[in-house]
Ligand binder design. Structure first.
Ligand SMILES: Cc1cc2nc3c(=O)[nH]c(=O)nc-3n(C[C@H](O)[C@H](O)[C@H](O)COP(=O)(O)OP(=O)(O)OC[C@H]3O[C@@H](n4cnc5c(N)ncnc54)[C@H](O)[C@@H]3O)c2cc1C
Length: 422
């Protein structure tokens, strides 16, 4: 079914226009082609030549749709105009993303697939002109892929202070050693942004071990992709375990200043969390529509599902979940756009609330669809796994709850109450 979008009263007409044009593309070009666009990624359905033809057709189709997105001026909405994007601010993005993520995989067709989009934003903010020319432009133009390599197998990802990957300066080079895992897009990436502790024992930096991001091309000697980690019962995935063994890259590959790595990661992850919530809202909207649509036609025990009170409960609860997740995400996006001082509380709140609400909505939609709900014929099973992962990725929920509580308590300790209107 098509997404139903009309202008939001009181919203900037330019943003309403972006929403309507995005919905038009989603409804006319992407939803009717979802099967052909992503079919070859569902293993086991096609054999031999048929599979190869479907793969070619899906690649062609993706390129055709990307061209239409470009023509419509909707490409890379998160990037500044001078870097080929739309230059939307966070609030405008929230209003656009909830529509485009209604369709499976559509964000990639609008030039905003993670982790490339996050890496592009970090390169825009921290990259030198040379780094932008070498890494950012090909990333934006889709000629290169990238990964963000921070989490380590043997240290808690929840606690960034535990990172042990080391970059030691030798002359004009960094020598990197470390063991990362869950580096997404690792199979296709042409380069990684690697979070390291930088040491320069004989230089002015000293052996300080300050957090630093370094760009490492995948083809560099010593970068060893150990495996795509199998997840949720699948044999492999593009979330990779990677060993960096005496990897040498020029010091010009330092992204930002030495010691700025933690701040750059926070910038990236803060923005990423809001993007993930915006995407989740669009997918919840889709799951909600699928659930209600099915309830109108599926007959069980002498009546339609829509008339059964269990299902009416699902519909009402899901409406509340989608709308509250949506409004909290828009509120957080507004705070990011305005640079609100309590931004981190709002971002942590959606990081915890939205994936959980997403999980509940998809779970109900799967239940209403019965066996079909867990099949690959519908996008629900994939959404379910995404929602589960989001409770861990971007920092697990517990860490965000602790941060929220600390921020809130701090206000009270300094004699203020919490200002929900700020
Ligand atoms: C599909 C997927 C994709 C990912 N992509 C990337 C990527 O591209 N790049 C990258 O660098 N990383 C990536 N990650 C890694 C992700 O960021 C980490 O898994 C996450 O930060 C948690 O770290 P951890 O797995 O080491 O869990 P740990 O830090 O070991 O934490 C385990 C659990 O402990 C609990 N916990 C943690 N702290 C506390 C506390 N203070 N109090 C109570 N309980 C606590 C939480 O329940 C948490 O889930 C990805 C992960 C997944 C699953």
């Amino acid at each position: 079914m098509a997404i139903t979008v009309t202008p939001i009263p009181g919203l900037d007409p330019a943003v309403n226009d972006v929403r309507l044009r995005t919905a038009a593309l989603i409804n006319a070009e992407i939803l009717p082609n979802e099967e052909a666009l992503w079919r070859t990624q569902r293993s086991g359905e096609l054999d031999g030549d048929e599979r190869e033809r479907a793969r070619h057709r899906s690649i062609e189709l993706r390129e055709e749709i990307k061209a239409k997105v470009n023509e419509a001026g909707l490409w890379a909405p998160h990037l500044p105009e001078e870097h080929g994007g739309m230059g939307l601010d966070f609030l405008e993005l929230a209003y656009m993303y909830e529509i485009l993520s209604y369709a499976v995989g559509a964000s990639a067709l609008f030039g905003i697939a993670a982790p490339n989009s996050g890496n592009a934003s970090v390169l825009v903010k921290y990259g030198t002109e040379e780094q932008k020319r070498k890494w950012l432009l090909p990333l934006i133009e889709g000629e290169m892929q990238s990964g963000f390599s921070m989490t380590e197998r043997d240290h808690a990802g929840s606690d960034p202070r535990s990172i042990a990957t080391e970059a030691v300066r030798e002359g004009d080079e960094w020598v990197i050693n470390g063991h990362k895992w869950f580096t997404s897009n690792g199979i296709d990436a042409d380069f990684f942004i690697v979070m390291c502790r930088a040491n320069d024992p004989s230089g002015e930096l000293g052996a300080t071990g300050q957090m630093t991001q370094i760009i490492v091309p995948t083809a560099t000697r010593g970068v060893r992709i150990v495996r795509g980690i199998g997840i949720f019962g699948h044999d492999t995935s593009d979330h990779c375990e990677i060993r960096y063994e005496d990897v040498r890259v020029p010091v010009e590959n330092t992204l930002g200043r030495v010691g700025e790595g933690h701040q750059a990661a926070q910038d990236r992850l803060g923005a990423g969390r809001v993007y993930h919530c915006m995407n989740s809202v669009g997918q919840m909207w889709r799951a909600f529509d699928l659930m209600v649509e099915r309830s109108l036609t599926r007959e069980v025990h002498g009546g339609l599902l829509k008339d059964k009170q269990f299902v009416q409960g699902f519909i009402a609860e899901s409406y509340m979940d989608v709308q509250s997740a949506r409004l909290m995400t828009i509120d957080a996006a507004q705070k990011v756009a305005a640079g609100s001082p309590d931004l981190r509380t709002a971002i942590s709140a959606i990081k915890v609330f939205v994936p959980a609400a997403f999980h509940r909505v998809v779970d109900r939609a799967i239940q209403v669809w019965g066996g079909a709900g867990v099949s690959n014929d519908l996008p629900l099973a994939g959404m379910y796994l995404t929602a589960r992962v989001l409770r861990i990725a971007d920092g697990p929920d517990e860490v965000h709850k602790i941060l929220m509580a600390k921020n809130i308590v701090h206000h009270f300790e300094t004699g203020e109450g919490w200002n929900f209107g700020a």
